[in-house]
Ligand binder design. Structure first.
Ligand SMILES: NC(=O)CC[C@H](N)C(=O)O
Length: 208
């Protein structure tokens, strides 16, 4: 790609849109909200924010964005999904049909929604993250985890066990990458002043 800043869209139907736009802006990308199919045309990459995957699925269909986005992803558009965005990028989500979630199938993985359950509904943890130097502070909010990955998928981060005792979250896969598609269970866009995960994605987009 050229040395010009890549144009990265943020799906702007629901959820943490402003936070992703700001983080991308600080990471050397030209960030723009996407609400209409024609706004997909000039993108070098796309971000699917956190929020509620059921609502986002419904809006993707009513804004007639689902099929054009699915096609762009199938044709190799680099993508990053956080939390609900991770759910939407998966190709297998148990209970999806009953919940009204239609995954886009851009990543060969099974993702379980709201996986951490009531005990650890929302929590924060420091993680080792492949490709990022130093621990990443991760904020989980009714987060999914990755239950199965296909052969082409790399694990970037798991929840690190702490001390002893029962830790339902420990060892769970919470960040993955397949080619130029990235997904995290957590929300780097909520940690102000730390754009390392977004920079990793922008770097991945530029590497194409
Ligand atoms: N913070 C989030 O994005 C929550 C995701 C939500 N539980 C879902 O499945 O869509």
């Amino acid at each position: 790609m050229s040395t010009a800043a890549p144009v990265i869209g943020v799906l702007a139907l629901q959820g943490g849109v402003a936070e992703h736009l700001a983080a991308l802006d600080r990471s050397g990308a030209v960030a723009k909200p996407v609400r209409r199919p024609e706004e997909l045309a000039d993108l070098h990459g796309v971000v699917l924010p956190g929020g509620e995957s059921t609502t986002m699925s419904r809006l993707l269909h009513s804004f007639e964005l689902f099929e054009p986005l699915r096609e762009r992803l199938a044709a190799g558009l680099p993508a990053y999904g956080s939390c609900a965005g991770m759910v939407l990028l998966a190709d297998d989500v148990p209970g999806a049909a009953e919940a009204g979630v239609t995954p886009l199938g851009a990543l060969d993985m099974t993702v379980r929604r709201n996986a951490f359950g009531r005990q650890v509904d929302s929590f924060e943890a420091d993680l080792d993250f492949t490709g990022v130097a130093g621990p990443v502070h991760a904020v989980f909010i009714r987060a999914p985890w990755v239950e199965r990955i296909g052969p082409g998928v790399q694990v970037l981060a798991e929840v690190t066990p702490r001390g002893s005792g029962d830790q339902p979250a420990a060892g769970r896969i919470v960040a993955v990458q397949q080619g130029r598609v990235l997904a995290t269970s957590f929300h780097p866009e909520l940690v102000r002043g730390d754009e390392r995960v977004h920079r990793h994605f922008v770097h991945t987009v530029r590497a194409g």
